[in-house]
Ligand binder design. Structure first.
Ligand code: AMP
Length: 279
């Protein structure tokens, strides 16, 4: 497994991968790798002959009051996990490589990025994500790039970005990897105290209960109100629990307007968790 940390090294490594032919997949990550990331790598290996994983904690997608400084960084362990998975290339640029002095371009997505979900609570987030992902896709020029449904709105924004900018890379979504008790795997789960960790699966259970009730024909508004109450009772500070059209993320009034995706974000102590399910 090669590790590139500068743009010239990346260019050389990608030329070597291209010389061996076959499709190239990119899996962008912020490191602190867990089973969710590795499931993306395995899916990438099914879809492409060569796999690149990028590791970059992107400062521009964090607001000043967010956890950029404390975000978990486990680079040595990440490299071991990726080598064990037979990844071909790791792209791990420094912040100065991605944003050198004089950097002055920002991609500000609209459409799915203005759905009133994550954007309502993290207004800076999708411009940071869109800009860094566009750079990663241009730097690596992969045939496909994989993103988790865990970050469902982000997957929609990136799909839209690739289409709108006529990027050659096909964006592929991957299912959510969960702990045995249902908690969606996340690099931020390490922030949870033992008590918070016990309460955390409530989020997924509430989503599942809402999805079952909606599928059984119960009225959307009442189901969501009960879901919101259950999440708050479990000790979360709720940012949102919403039913949206699964393709457009537009609000919907009844199950007939679906297919529905239920999306939630809530804070438990200092940890902000997000999750979503299909109905
Ligand atoms: P992150 O390192 O958190 O920015 O995530 C990198 C990629 O892994 C994103 O496409 C995420 O959606 C995806 N991802 C993170 N957690 C999971 C999970 N539990 N299941 C599936 N994909 C995930």
């Amino acid at each position: 497994m090669r590790v590139a940390r500068t743009l010239p090294a990346l260019t050389r490594a990608i030329a070597a991968l291209r010389a061996r032919r076959g499709r190239i997949a990119l899996v962008p990550t912020m490191g602190a790798l867990h089973e969710g990331h590795l499931s993306l790598v395995r899916l990438a290996q099914k879809r492409a002959e060569r796999v690149i994983v990028s590791i970059f904690v992107n400062p521009t997608q964090f607001a000043p009051n967010e956890d950029f400084r404390s975000y978990p960084r486990t680079f040595a362990a990440d490299l071991n996990a990726l080598a064990a998975q037979h990844v071909d290339l790791v792209w791990a640029p420094a912040a100065e490589t991605m944003y050198p002095e004089g950097f002055g371009t920002k991609i500000v997505p609209e459409g799915a990025a203005l759905a009133g979900l994550e954007d309502a609570f993290r207004p800076h987030f999708f411009a940071g994500v869109a800009t860094v992902v566009a750079k990663l896709l241009l730097q690596c020029a992969p045939d496909i790039a994989l993103f988790g449904e865990k970050d469902y709105q982000q997957l929609k924004v990136i799909t839209q970005l690739a289409r709108d900018l006529n990027l050659k890379t096909r964006i592929v979504g991957a299912p959510i990897a969960r702990e045995a008790d249902g908690l969606a795997r996340s690099s931020r789960n390490v922030y949870l105290t033992p008590d918070e960790r016990k309460a955390a699966p409530t989020l997924y259970r509430a989503l599942q209960a809402c999805a079952a009730q909606i599928a059984a024909g119960q009225p959307l508004g009442a189901v969501l109100d009960e879901g919101r109450a259950a999440i708050t009772r479990a000790g979360f500070a709720l940012d949102y629990l919403e039913a949206r059209h699964s393709a457009t993320l537009e609000p919907i009034g009844s199950a007939q307007e679906g297919p529905i995706r239920l999306l939630v974000a809530a804070r438990l102590g200092r940890t902000r968790l997000i999750d979503n399910v299909a109905v």
